[in-house]
Structure formats: C-alpha cells, structure tokens
Design a protein around this ligand. Structure first.
Ligand SMILES: [Zn+2]
Length: 97
C-alpha cells in the first residue's frame, strides 16, 4: 500500500513557491527533483497534492513493473489483416474510469 498524505508530506521540507506540475503559485512546495536547462540545474518543486499524486504514480508504476516481471512473455501479436479476431483477450479488459 502507499502512504497516507500526512505521512508522505512529513518527509519533505516545505516553503512557499510555485508548483511545476499544476502551476499554482504562492503555495507550500517541496523540492522533488531537478531539471537541467541549458546546462543550469534548477530545482523542481511540487505542491502537496502534486507530491501525493507523483507518489501514487510512482507506486502504481513500481507495482506494474513488478507484475510484468512475474508475468509470462506476451503472445505474438496477430497481424492486422486478421482482425477482427475471435481470440479471447489474454488480459483483463481495459478499465475506463
Ligand atoms: Zn501542484
């Protein structure tokens, strides 16, 4: 499981600034990484909700990577000329929120 927002936020040092992700200004932000522009390294700062969202994405992708490492190799793709196909889906149907 991921961490609760308060627990996550307590790991960062917060100061007023602008969020690189949602572009809010004058909100508490924390440094979450850096970006190099024309040879100059600049800090990337994100607001609390974007830090939480980035942590969620990181966790989701880590889980997905772990699942893929354990999954059998994917089947060979069927040439487009043979579609539509009656072959059953070899994965759960896509979930559309
Ligand atoms: Zn933000």
């Amino acid at each position: 499981m991921g961490v609760r927002p308060g627990e996550l936020w307590s790991r960062f040092d917060w100061a007023n600034g602008s969020c690189f992700r949602c572009e809010q200004t004058n909100v508490p932000v924390a440094e979450v990484g850096e970006i190099t522009v024309a040879g100059t390294v600049l800090p990337l700062c994100a607001c609390q909700w974007c830090v939480f969202r980035l942590e969620q994405l990181h966790w989701t992708m880590s889980e997905r990577a772990a699942r893929q490492r354990n999954a059998p190799a994917p089947a060979q793709p069927i040439p487009l000329s043979q579609w539509p196909t009656k072959v059953p889906l070899n994965r759960p149907p896509a979930h559309v929120a």
